[in-house]
Design a binder for this molecule. Structure first.
Ligand SMILES: Nc1ncnc2c1ncn2[C@@H]1O[C@H](COP(=O)(O)OP(=O)(O)OP(=O)(O)O)[C@@H](O)[C@H]1O
Length: 290
């Protein structure tokens, strides 16, 4: 059974093309990360997927039907990036209300436990810390026992320890054959918690594969040597190169192969190899695609 089926989805805010021709299918039981830097189009894709934003082009279907129908049937739980909480109500009242709305909910105590909020049922929402509010959003998303859980940057407000507990809860939830789609900026988080990673860049799908596929392509290093006027772009692994202050600076997706080729060509003078950040990796990948 296909849980999520996005076909050629596009969306523009005025002249900003936020999502362009995104096609993505997720089978029931998969845990998928949507990875991308700021502004990559993650939130916009998630909003269309949930039926909260009408696509300008393409279609979004959940469990073979309309996203809104899937949501109305209680099959979808969503955790937005922010908002969605009534400041004056208590944690317990909010969850109790949702418990009554859904057809097959879990007990409020179970949702509290799953989200690490046991003992906070009487606390008003406005007195929750950022991390606790985030965990309440998670409890609200799971209390209806949805078959599909959609989480938009769920750990953004959490410290390292809460992150760990949070992912343990999500994995436990996914373990029962449920489908989870979450967005994140962090490759490590996607790697540790997803079966599959979809990298979005400027609204487009750049990579759709396993963590190993992604890592292979974002394991970018900066290799630099004294410039000797060579055409460095032809060397293996090189995805971008420039000459700065007499040095050839090469962005390489395979530093070992690049260094070996430099050595074979007699170009290995004053070698420096440095790790490149993920943002640089995205940049390099984008150039590779261009
Ligand atoms: N309401 C809006 N009005 C105008 N432009 C918007 C709006 N929301 C998003 N955008 C633009 O659309 C593009 C995609 O934004 P989106 O929020 O989907 O990306 P994102 O990957 O979720 O980013 P982030 O990681 O920062 O949340 C960006 O260029 C953003 O500035």
């Amino acid at each position: 059974m296909t849980a999520i089926d996005l076909q050629n989805l596009s969306y523009a805010y005025g002249s900003v093309q936020a999502v362009e021709d995104v096609t993505l299918t997720v089978a029931e039981g998969e845990v998928v990360a949507v990875l991308g830097p700021n502004g990559a189009g993650k939130s916009t894709t998630l909003l269309m997927l949930l039926g909260l934003l009408p696509p300008r082009a393409g279609t979004a279907r959940l469990f073979g039907g309309d996203p809104q129908a899937a949501a109305a049937a209680g099959r979808v739980g969503a955790m937005p990036q922010a908002g969605g909480l009534l400041p004056r109500s208590t944690v317990g009242d909010l969850l109790e209300f949702l418990h009554q709305v859904y057809p097959h909910p879990m007990p409020v105590a179970e949702a509290l436990d799953l989200a690490g909020l046991t003992g906070l049922a009487g606390r008003t929402v406005e007195r929750l810390s950022g991390g606790q509010a985030q965990r309440l959003r998670f409890a609200m998303a799971v209390i209806g026992r949805p078959r599909l859980l959609v989480l938009d940057e769920p750990t953004a407000a959490l410290d390292v320890e809460s992150r760990h507990a949070f992912w343990t809860a999500i994995r436990a939830y996914a373990g029962g054959g449920r489908t989870v789609l979450f967005s994140t900026h962090y490759l490590e988080e996607a790697d540790a918690n997803a079966d599959r990673i979809v990298v979005l860049d400027r609204g487009r799908v750049l990579i759709d594969g396993t963590a190993a596929d992604v890592k292979r392509r974002v394991a970018v290093r900066t290799v630099s040597v004294e410039d000797q006027g060579h055409d460095y772009s032809v060397l293996p692994g090189v995805v971008a190169c420039s000459v700065r202050a007499g040095r050839a600076v090469l962005t390489s997706a395979d530093a070992d192969a690049t260094v070996l080729a430099l050595a074979e060509a007699g170009l290995l003078r004053d070698l420096e190899v440095a790790g490149a950040g993920l943002e640089e990796a995205y940049l390099a990948l984008t150039r590779l695609e261009a």
